[in-house]
Design a protein around this ligand. Sequence first.
Ligand SMILES: Nc1ncnc2c1ncn2[C@@H]1O[C@H](COP(=O)(O)OP(=O)(O)OP(=O)(O)O)[C@@H](O)[C@H]1O
Length: 474
Amino acid sequence: MSSESRNVTVSENSAGQALLADDNLSSEVAIRVDAVSKCYQVYARPEDRLKQSVFPRLRRLIGKAPRAYFKEFWALKNVSLEIRKGETVGIIGRNGSGKSTLLQTICGTLTPTSGSVDVNGRVAALLELGAGFNPEFTGRENVYMSGVVLGLTHEQVEQRFDDIVAFADIGDFVEQPVKTYSSGMYVRLAFAVIAHADADILVIDEALSVGDVFFGQKCMRFLRKFKETGTVIFVSHDATAIVNLCERAVLLESGQLRMVGDAKSVCEAYHASTYNQAVKPAVSQRLEAVNEPARPDFRAERINATALRNDIEVFRFDPERAGFGNGAATITSAKLTDTSGNPMPWIVGGEVVRLVVDVSVHRALEQPIVGFFLKDRLGQPLFGDNTYLSYQHEPVSIGAGEVLTASFEFAMPILPQGHYSFDIAVADGTYHEHEQADWVHDGLVVESHTSSVSTGLVGIPFRDIKLDVRRSVP
Ligand SMILES: Nc1ncnc2c1ncn2[C@@H]1O[C@H](COP(=O)(O)OP(=O)(O)OP(=O)(O)O)[C@@H](O)[C@H]1O
């Protein structure tokens, strides 16, 4: 859905009807929510709804005060918020705290009971699954319909149609009615449309990012690019996602705005509010200085004997994945092996592995650098490295038609559950001045199925953890 420069002020008249009025918005402000409240009428039984539509009128006719057959439920209470152009703002809160209600009032699909919402720019929103598309229409017809609803002309949709379908990557399904789509395909097409709508403001509910790992990464790349110039509102239960993507965040609790501030502080407040009492350090941990080479977690044997062993599935390298480069070389293979070079379809977090990358060289490379980084589902780099430092004084040049193999040996961190992907690249030059020959996004994907790590981006092998008790002398 979209709206361009929508200014709606709502207040209640004596009959409880919404009144609309215009308002002005400074050019620097993308969205202003002013004292917005939303009240739902909640009926205990279906017949109460019928009674409410008949009896109050009858009682008024005979001059008696009407009684209500519903209870009021305030999903938003007096929420005020200003989002400046170009900001990325996260909205966080528990289930039922009012996040969707607030988004819907911003997108104009829900009228507030009182207060005003002013929007300066074209909004494209990915909210409820099922909203926006007509299930009986084909993907193609829905692309045209929603493109036009988003403010594009028929000709503009026509020009962008192939790009939209390529982005969604749903193949011939685009000619099928969307009621035959899986939820993943539905979201892919819906996201592809909003990604091509020239919106000024994107409103995204992260719970909807149900696509596969490649699509998730594609959306994250798009979102990060869009963020450079556009305004984004991002809703999530996941504080890591909010801190990673947003500069500011808003914490909602029971329909009320509890806090607005930098994303990190707001997420810390959200964490604190999800515990009954503030979390205080309960154990005293002493970590000794690291002066020995890395060795496995001293608890690994115990953890690995349980269902919490960090089993990581390794998928096949896909050379066809999106990427870029000047074509001087092509990354033809990447695999994870053990230290003897045997390919590993599964690895265990904490163990020493090798990432082996093969590169076919088409034009001579004077000073090749091969590098990689591992990203989480948000596209956030977790770690990575390259061959530059090891070879800067003795570069290994390579001629056209030859094959270069790079190998990185490292202890795989313990990964929280989820999908991760390796970006792999080969360049020619120095650390500061080089040209990318080939860069493959998400070339190698791994999935962590089970994990003992639930907080933090990765777990690292621990050498020692102690509890010290100083008993008080009576
Ligand atoms: N049409 C409705 N009638 C009555 N109550 C409603 C209606 N829509 C939402 N609510 C209630 O309003 C409250 C806020 O709902 P909302 O969907 O905005 O929460 P949320 O923070 O988005 O939750 P979640 O994280 O579960 O999506 C909830 O208690 C919900 O039950």
